[in-house]
Write a protein of this length. Structure first.
Length: 121
């Protein structure tokens, strides 16, 4: 091996080792110093339709669900096409803009779905 390949191998190792140690979890005997130390770990529950929820410190239930971004974008694109097709007289920008706005609202609500963030699911 020449000196250049040895140098490149050493640089590659030096660049790979620090990120690998940053992703390591602390050992189980190590004390927790953040939010988990003060409040304990969060216990997740799952509804029948697969939505995960948890009980907050205030006694209310919280869940993480889709924010509807994909539906918003798809609805806006489809609404713009439909609005442009309906508005056939003169400048068609008004129909395109109104169709995109209406499609975005409808698509967002459809993507979010009927999921409720309470114990009933």
């Amino acid at each position: 091996m020449n000196h250049r390949s040895i140098l490149l191998a050493a640089v590659a190792c030096a660049m790979a080792l620090p990120p690998a140690t940053a992703f390591a979890k602390p050992p189980p005997w190590a004390p927790a110093h953040g939010y988990r130390a003060k409040t304990g770990s969060i216990v997740y529950r799952t509804t029948d339709n697969g939505v995960r929820y948890w009980k907050g410190n205030d006694g209310r239930y919280y869940c993480r669900r889709s924010d509807g971004t994909v539906g918003l974008l798809a609805g806006a694109a489809l609404g713009a096409l439909i609005g442009r097709a309906i508005d056939t007289k003169g400048e068609r920008a008004t129909g395109t803009i109104l169709g995109a706005a209406a499609g975005a609202l409808v698509g967002n609500e459809l993507a979010k779905g009927p999921t409720r963030c309470d114990r009933r699911g």
